[in-house]
Design a protein around this ligand. Structure first.
Ligand code: FAD
Ligand code: HEM
Length: 393
């Protein structure tokens, strides 16, 4: 909880800090990466840095945290902290690194706001920073303990499956012969690969199923669209990682996990490569014999682009009460819809809990349709394959 004195100062300066957060975080990252180039090379996602998206996520989360402290002094924005902590844990972020971020963030604040940063203002925002940092450090500590503590382990590719023209599934086993921990359907691993210029870049990939004891699997879409540069890690995995090669993986993390009793009606909605955590959830429901209604919806460019479609259909087919609706922009076969996902004619049982994964506009549309059909907003859960700008907003 923020002290009363700091709360008044934060309230008075939030509009000014909020208005300058974009500039502050830009300077913060520039300063931190100039002093610590290894952080950009080997920890932060330089694609996100180039596109500016991570900056917005960090800025948005601090503003959201400060606002939350003022509006609800007695509780914490757990959903936001949990999402960030899971991401940090998958990256191996350590408590001592919070002092580095603090140093460069507060230097940037002083630079941008100048004389407005009196000692009192600096102290108040310091308190906000450390309340957030310590809350994150505490959650991360618990996550590291639960997952055994090892940050990175080498895993050997034992199978490489071509799903579609752009999607490949990798199956791996620990190259160190160590145990494979369980995961909750919906979780992801971070994958770290060495690139041609000497950098080691990290990306997250959802576990796309349970391939059997001692194995993990994830499915990667090669990012190559329009004039933008090809995606670094997905291109590397597609072009260079074959059976017998070793990549480094984190343990499984992620707080968008399936959480449903046997009598909870579910709706699992995905689009494009967002299918990966959803198919893992569906596979788990099929194995556990989930009895309540499950509605499965998916949208894709065409049936040929629909990764993991065989699993998607087979798992749904194993459930006693499943409704499956697929939409394709092109080449829709009989029984599938043409165009984008549209829930207008899809019945949604009372008490439905929904899990969504796909591009933001898709999830926004599905969420709105579900809420209009009476689904409680708290029962709509989603995963974003990038910095979560939705949450930050
Ligand atoms: C929780 C989570 C789960 C995920 N699960 C999956 C999954 O199961 N399967 C999957 O395929 N993906 C998944 N992703 C996405 C994945 O982590 C990567 O983001 C994705 O593979 C792209 O990484 P990349 O290195 O190939 O692209 P990057 O190099 O990171 O590039 C990303 C985008 O930024 C653009 N960009 C890069 N540099 C610049 C520049 N200089 N200027 C302008 N634009 C630029 C690129 O063109 C590209 O569009 C997941 C992400 C998260 C957060
Ligand atoms: C209070 C301090 C911090 C806050 C508020 C914060 C906030 C965030 C947020 C909001 C995200 C995006 C999460 C998502 O939606 O995916 C993120 C990701 C990340 N954070 Fe932090 N963070 C903090 C400290 C740190 C520290 C100390 C480090 C390590 C030096 C760090 C490294 C990262 C990295 C590498 C990512 C992923 C970047 C990317 O994928 O582009 N963070 N953080």
């Amino acid at each position: 909880m923020l002290s009363e004195q700091s709360a008044a100062t934060v309230r008075a300066t939030l509009p000014a800090v909020g208005a300058s957060l974009g500039e502050i975080t830009e300077r913060f990252y520039a300063g931190m990466f100039a002093a610590r180039p290894e952080l950009l090379r080997d920890l932060f996602n330089r694609g996100n840095q180039a596109a500016g998206t991570q900056r917005q996520a960090l800025a948005g989360s601090i503003a959201a945290f400060a606002t939350h402290l003022l509006d609800h002094p007695d509780d914490r924005p757990d959903a936001m902290l949990s999402r960030i902590a899971h991401k940090h844990a998958s990256l191996g972020v350590t408590p001592d690194q919070y002092a580095i971020v603090h140093e460069h963030l507060f230097a940037a604040i002083a630079e941008v706001l100048g004389d407005a940063v009196t000692p009192e203002v600096a102290a108040a925002w310091d308190e906000v920073y450390w309340l957030m940092a310590n809350a994150l450090i505490a959650v991360e500590k618990r996550l590291y303990e639960e997952s055994g503590g090892a940050a990175w382990r080498p895993w050997e590719v034992v199978e490489r499956i071509t799903e579609t023209a752009d999607v490949v599934t990798f199956r791996l086993r620990p190259a160190d012969g160590g145990p494979v921990r369980g995961f909750r359907p919906g979780q992801y691993v971070s994958v770290r690969v060495p690139l041609a210029d000497g950098a080691r870049q990290i990306r997250q990939y959802s576990l796309s199923g349970e391939p059997g004891p001692g194995l993990r699997q994830f499915s990667v879409k090669r990012v190559h669209e329009g004039p933008a540069p090809d995606g670094e890690v997905s291109s590397h995995l597609h072009a260079h990682v074959r059976v017998g090669d070793v990549v480094e993986l984190s343990e499984a993390y992620g707080d968008l996990v399936l959480d449903a009793d046997d009598d909870t009606p579910l709706l699992l909605a995905s689009a494009g490569i967002g299918v990966t955590p959803i198919v893992a959830m569906l596979g788990h429901l099929a194995d556990s014999g989930h009895r309540a209604p499950v509605t499965v919806v998916h949208g894709d460019r065409s049936p040929a682009d629909h990764a993991l479609r065989t699993d998607h259909e087979a798992y749904a087919g194993k459930l006693p009460d499943a409704t499956v609706r697929f939409w394709y922009e092109q080449d829709a076969p009989a029984g599938a819809g043409t165009g984008y996902v549209d829930l207008a004619d899809v019945p949604v049982a009372p008490g439905t809990r929904a899990y969504l994964c796909g591009p933001l506009p898709f999830m926004r549309m599905v969420r709105e349709q579900l809420i209009a059909k009476g689904v409680a907003p708290a029962d709509v859960h989603y995963e974003v394959f990038g910095p979560d700008l939705w949450l930050a907003r």
